[in-house]
Design a binder for this molecule. Structure first.
Ligand code: HPA
Length: 244
């Protein structure tokens, strides 16, 4: 397998077990990426790590320069991306603190710089299956080997943020077929596909989505579930790199 990158999301601004080798600050034709690209070793394997929201966490979902991030990874000869992202759970299997490996996307975000082909009106990439099946299968296999329970399938709905959704918006998303809701899955996945990179997502469920429980969603609840979920994610990533 070619060079591997991990994009860390909320709750994963650093990879604790990464033995850091070097750090690259990269500028791109699309501007400045979220953070320096950290090259290191995870379980003996070379991995490039990027903190999507910056390190420390400071860039909101709608302000992330997704194009600079993906372009930077391509410049570093990355071929495979595992993107970690916090989400809300919509359907009953998507229990807080658990992990899902989604297989589909519905994009509700807007106004983001979402393509490298802005001035090229004739380039249409295929996006029928947005995530790399090979990377997904390997993640699912690694989870099994590490004894980590995951949902091996699901549709990720990407909202604009930074606010959370209304209960009615979540009801609509559920009717549309969404299992998970997050704010950063797009255009990241599509940009990776435009540059021919293999991309899959580890979704860490931080809370039940709006209207799925009584009362409001609290940051305390999100942080608590993410803490648990990210510990499992770190184990999953270590098992994943052992196998590739
Ligand atoms: N909605 C959108 N994004 C999220 C959520 C949510 O409920 N939880 C974590 N990221």
């Amino acid at each position: 397998m070619g060079r591997l990158a991990i994009i860390g999301g909320t709750g994963l601004s650093q990879l604790a077990d990464l033995k850091i080798i070097k750090s690259d600050r990269i500028t791109t034709p699309y501007g400045v990426p979220s953070a320096d690209f950290i090259t290191g070793e995870l379980n003996g394997r070379e991995v490039i790590f990027l903190a999507r929201h910056g390190n420390p966490h400071s860039i909101a979902p709608h302000k992330i320069n997704y194009r600079a991030n993906i372009w930077g990874l391509k410049q570093l000869q990355v071929e495979n991306i595992i993107a970690v992202a916090a989400v809300g759970g919509i359907t009953p299997d998507m229990v807080p603190a658990h992990i899902a490996i989604p297989d589909q996307i519905i994009d509700y975000s807007y106004g983001r710089k979402h393509t490298f082909f802005e001035d090229d009106s004739v380039t249409h990439i295929d996006f029928s299956y947005p995530y790399s099946q090979t990377l997904r299968s390997r993640l699912i296999h690694a989870a099994k080997q590490a004894g980590i329970q995951i949902s091996p399938i699901g549709t990720y709905g990407c909202t604009q943020g930074p606010r959370l959704e209304t209960a009615a918006e979540i009801k609509r998303m559920e009717n549309d077929g969404c299992d998970l809701v997050g704010m950063t899955g797009m255009p990241e996945a599509a940009l990776a596909k435009e540059l021919g990179l293999n991309y899959a997502t580890v979704s860490v469920i931080a809370n039940w989505a709006a209207g799925k429980t009584e009362g409001e969603i609290t940051m305390a609840e999100i942080e608590q579930n993410l803490h648990k979920g990210m510990a499992n994610t770190a184990e999953l990533l270590k098992a994943f790199v052992e196998k590739v």
